[in-house]
Design a protein around this ligand. Structure first.
Ligand code: ACM
Length: 554
């Protein structure tokens, strides 16, 4: 059946196939209308068939309904059973999310043209062989992080990525909204964050050592209605959006907009050279970090107040989470700043690492008082972390192991395995090659659960996430190239009950990928072909930073 991600079980009992045609009707049980709507607007539009509603049970039908006991039977509230025979199609889910995943599988059974937005032939009937599929995810958190700060992705592109995620049964969209190079979310009470912070005058083209510049302004941001639309569009596809507002590092765009957020006593003297700081136009880790003042805390509480309203906690499992970054915060300014040193003394903090921890704990408590949960990159473990906070383990397995052992929930996204900005082959024609070579097969053999955890510690691994950092991805075709096909392998790692890495059948996965490439073609995804980049996917002469040899195991 060439399904991706592979379902838990597929039985082909033989017997009559189902034929989808102009007479096919849909019946949706209570709580499934959004899935019915999705089927009509995707499969209905692609096939040109009306998929009429049917209340009376007449005729060949696609039936959708929710049966909560399926969660116990198959071990997940996202489980579904899909039955196709000559009489019709039954998609039953343990929840609406389960029904939605079943509908996604059904679309794959129809063939690649079911992924288009209009019919491409006069064909009026579509055959699906008889099958019974039982399916449930291995992990609850199946994430994709997209960095829209380094290069902005306009709203339409984000909605498209949500559709691509849903097609791969991914369910958490970690939206990296702020960084040194741009602030991408409108905050009404602090308008300069987007007026000043959402654009830069020019951009380094390639790795930071590259001599090239894109000599034109780059920018953009989401209005609050854009964000509401993104969140609702995601929710209709059973995806939770977890926003990231990075503190106390990666904050230069905010400091450019509101200089008092920075360490003004050292900033002016030694770093900005007496001139105003601007949104950063190059890459790396900026030394300009937030000042540990009450003003900074109140300012960001104001930001988070608006963020909490835009990303409400609801029935969705991970909707309480707010990501606060917390990674790569250089301590040089705090060391050099008499004001920061005085603050540390006042707070009784021994060193700058404790100051970083103080920052994060403040927001962990602030969020928890509002019924929300903090999640941050694994640096937030340094100096101790508030109860209830969760960790994105990016520097390797170590952060995940430490977090799980300390009782924190953890999302595994180690850079050595699932940073999709890293090059996917070592040829000289890979566009702006950075990092380690991480092939499709490498990603397919990634094991999210760190070694050495006992069962209760392993139970704290919520799941896994692929991260797409966009320094060298200037448009959505470049994002597609880096993300695909590897995101399909990642989706199978996150969803399917695969054996240990060395026992995984990569040849069988590649065989199914042959069918999946046709689906990606129909969806208009500019993936990296197995034979290497197409001429227009290359970036000759734009320096990257390849790293040779095996990745460090941090
Ligand atoms: C990170 O890659 N700095 C989280």
């Amino acid at each position: 059946m060439e399904l991706i991600p592979a379902p838990s079980s597929v039985d082909t009992p033989g017997g009559q196939a189902f034929v989808l045609d102009e007479g096919t009707k849909i019946t949706g049980g209570r709580g499934t209308w959004r899935v019915v709507d999705w089927l009509r607007t995707t499969v209905g539009t692609a096939t040109g068939l009306p998929l009429w509603p049917s209340e009376d049970g007449e005729g060949l039908r696609i039936r959708l309904w929710i049966a909560p006991p399926l969660a116990d039977e198959l071990g997940s509230r996202e489980a579904y059973r899909l039955t196709v025979d000559g009489q019709g199609v039954a998609i039953v889910g343990a929840s609406e999310a389960g029904v939605f995943h079943g509908a996604q599988t059904f679309r794959q059974l129809l063939g690649p043209d079911a992924f288009r937005r209009a019919p491409v032939s006069s064909r009026r009937s579509w055959e699906v062989p008889a099958v019974v599929i039982h399916d449930a995810p291995r992990f609850r958190w199946r994430g994709l992080m997209l960095d829209v700060a380094r290069h902005f992705m306009p709203k339409e592109g984000v909605l498209r990525y949500l559709d691509l995620m849903a097609a791969h049964k991914l369910n958490v969209f970690h939206l990296h909204l702020t960084d040194d190079q741009g602030w991408r979310i409108r905050i009404e009470r602090h308008p300069r964050l987007t007026e000043v912070g959402s654009w830069r005058a020019r951009t380094k083209f390639g790795h930071r050592a590259s001599p090239l510049w894109e000599e034109k302004p780059h920018g953009g941001y989401y209005t609050q209605d854009d964000i509401r639309e993104i969140v609702a569009y995601a929710a209709a596809r059973h995806i939770t959006v977890v926003p990231e507002i990075d503190v106390p590092g990666h904050s230069q765009a905010a400091i450019a907009a509101y200089p008092e957020l920075g360490n003004t006593d050292v900033l002016t003297a030694s770093i900005a050279g007496g001139t105003a700081l601007s949104v950063w136009d190059s890459w790396g880790i900026s030394p300009n970090v937030l000042a540990p003042t009450d003003n900074t805390l109140r300012f960001y509480e104001g930001v988070f107040e608006e963020v909490l309203e835009l990303f409400p906690a609801d029935a969705a499992e991970f909707s309480a989470f707010i990501h606060v970054g917390g990674d790569e915060c250089p301590k040089d300014q705090w060391r050099a700043s008499p004001a920061a040193q005085a603050r540390m003394k006042e707070l009784g903090l021994a060193d700058e690492d404790e100051l970083q921890s103080w920052f994060i704990r403040h927001f962990a408590k602030w969020l928890s008082a509002r019924g929300r949960r903090l999640i941050g990159w694994d640096e937030i473990l340094e100096g101790g972390l508030a109860e209830g906070a969760a960790v994105s383990s990016w520097r390797g397995y170590g952060g995940g192991i430490a977090a799980a052992r300390a009782g924190h929930e953890v999302v595994m996204c180690p850079e050595q395995h699932v940073y999709l900005d890293h090059r996917q082959a070592d040829g000289a024609d890979e566009p702006v090659p950075i990092g380690f070579v991480r092939t499709l097969e490498d990603v397919y053999r990634f094991e999210p659960v760190p070694p050495g955890l006992d069962a209760s510690e392993a139970g704290r691994v919520l799941g896994t996430q692929a991260n797409v950092w966009t320094e060298v991805m200037e448009n959505h075709a470049r994002v597609d190239y880096q993300a695909f096909p590897r995101l399909a392998a990642f989706a199978e790692v996150a969803w399917s009950a695969l054996p240990a890495p060395e026992q995984r059948d990569f040849a069988a996965f590649e065989h199914r990928m042959a069918a999946h490439y046709r689906r990606l073609d129909a969806l208009g995804v500019a993936y990296r072909p197995p034979t290497g980049p197409l001429p227009w996917q290359r970036r000759p002469g734009v320096p990257g930073r390849p790293i040779d040899g095996p990745p460090p195991n941090r």
